[in-house]
Write a protein that binds this ligand. Structure first.
Ligand code: NDP
Length: 454
């Protein structure tokens, strides 16, 4: 039962932001966590910090017209949500996916504010993207779309204003086209995007960072029980950037991955996805841009199960395992999936994706006291290394792979510790959801208090 305080805030949020269920969901979770903080700190309440954090500083929405290979004119919608810049320039990815809409990007931008604060780097929160679907498009079509998108976005961003990165559907190829157009229009070479190529300003370990970070976070959670990932069986969803490097790091640490997926279905490989099989998946997804079902053509002992929309659960989460790393998209683990995970012995969930678990699933994990690392904390490694890319760009200097990986590892340890400490301090020990929301909030709230009513 939500308290009167939570109900009042949520009623306002729903009235002001109708038809944005994902945004409501993300705000609700944070508001529930912060109630205990606001009770202890009436100064935040009086300054309406929470109400201000919920309202984006700026929302930009624009037309993106481009021409396909057949000469037809296509029109997509572009967005950038500049959510909060109290502790640094807006920072957050761009998502290109047909499901993209204002509510989804606002949920992502809102979460990004807390996540970026947790990294301890000076970054505000933002998010953007388009309902453009890169799937099935030629490289030339993707380039023309990216150029059209940047032809508007360029006027709103800059290395000290707003620094976008990748997300679903936006990888190295798209960042290259976006950067090229920005550089041409502005006539300047600057760190305006992260996730850049290595020979034009990118950082080593940026592609790996989100997945590696989610695994480092899981290791930290396990260490609180004196355990490690060695010998653990893991379920991973998705097969894109985050899923690939999550799998790689699990292998490095002696674990076994038995699933991967895409929007068509999932593969189950009882023998485990070893390095050779992972290299096949990387080539399949990053170069051939194929579908995960092709895995079973190459490795016939594995089983492919297509998505069945009539099912009210995802069978990927119904296998015996110790750990789960959801790495595809929001709300991919519902209450039934969460129960299936628990029934199958899973007691570590580290979220590579953003908000992959529905609220009833989250409540189940917390109730059962498993090691549950919410995306805000567990997947912050990606944006953390983006922050390191910005630092290297400012210095016009590049760190080695070891240096960046060590910094990433240390940042993930610090984030884990911040969550644990905040949860302890506010009387909810072991609750990483409250811990992440509270620790992320406090730094931004104090900066907003210092900077007045702006
Ligand atoms: P990619 O585009 O590289 O991969 C996304 C994967 O998830 C693909 O396998 C895709 O399948 C699958 N997927 C996407 N949408 C859906 C859907 N609606 N239903 C089923 N499967 C879906 O993206 P990333 O790996 O970069 O991102 C994955 C998640 O991680 C997202 O939630 C993102 O916000 C989050 N994240 C990413 C960060 C990064 O650095 N990249 C940083 C922090 C969080 P298909 O190809 O069939 O669409």
């Amino acid at each position: 039962m939500a308290s009167e305080f939570v109900e009042k805030i949520m009623a306002d949020v729903k009235a002001k932001n109708p038809a944005q269920p994902e945004f409501h969901q993300a705000v609700m979770e944070v508001v529930e966590s912060l109630e205990i903080v606001l009770e202890k700190h009436p100064e935040y309440r009086n300054a309406k910090i929470l109400e201000r954090i919920i309202e984006p500083e700026r929302v930009i929405m624009f037309r993106v017209p481009w021409m396909d290979d057949q000469g037809n004119i296509q029109i997509n919608r572009g967005f950038r949500i500049e959510m909060n810049s109290a502790i640094g320039p807006y920072k957050g990815g761009l998502r290109f996916h047909p499901s993209v809409n204002l509510g989804i990007l606002k949920f992502l931008a809102f979460e990004q504010v807390f996540k970026n604060s947790l990294t301890t780097l000076p970054m505000g929160g933002g998010k953007g993207g388009s309902d453009f679907d890169p799937k099935g498009k030629s490289d030339n079509e993707v380039m023309r779309f990216c150029q059209a998108f940047m032809s508007e976005l360029f006027r709103h961003i800059g290395p000290n204003t707003d620094v976008p990165a990748g997300d679903i559907g936006v990888g190295g190829r798209e960042i290259g086209f976006l950067f090229g157009q920005y550089r041409k229009i502005r006539n300047e070479f600057t760190g305006v995007l992260t996730g850049k190529g290595l020979n034009w300003g990118g950082s080593l370990i940026r592609p790996e960072a989100t997945g590696y970070g989610a695994v480092y976070f899981a290791s930290e959670m396990l260490a609180t029980r004196g355990e490690s990932l060695e010998g653990k069986t893991c379920l991973v969803s998705g097969s894109g950037n985050v899923a690939q490097y999550t799998t790689e790091k699990i292998l490095d640490l002696g674990g076994k991955v038995i699933t991967l997926s895409d929007s068509g279905g999932y593969i189950y490989d009882e023998e485990g996805i070893d390095r050779e099989k992972l290299a096949f998946v990387m080539e399949l997804k990053n170069v051939k841009r194929g579908r995960i079902k092709e895995y079973v053509d190459k490795y016939p002992n594995a089983v492919f199960t297509p998505v069945d929309p009539s099912k009210d659960y995802n069978p990927l989460w119904d296998h015996k395992a110790d750990c789960a790393f959801p790495s595809a998209t929001q709300n991919e683990i519902n209450g039934k999936d969460a129960q299936n995970l628990l029934n199958n012995g899973v007691y570590v969930v580290s979220e590579g994706a953003n908000m992959p678990t529905t609220p009833d699933g989250v409540n189940l994990f917390i109730e059962k006291g498993i090691l549950y690392g919410p995306g805000k904390a567990a997947n912050a490694g990606g944006v953390a290394v983006s922050g390191l890319e910005m630092a290297q760009n400012s210095m016009r200097y590049a760190w080695t792979r070891e240096e960046v990986d060590n910094r990433l590892h240390q940042i993930m340890k610090n984030i884990h510790k911040s969550c644990v400490d905040a949860a302890d301090r506010f009387g909810v020990p072991g609750n990483y959801v409250h811990g992440a929301n509270i620790a992320g909030f406090l730094k931004v709230a104090d900066a907003m208090m210092d900077q007045g009513i702006v």
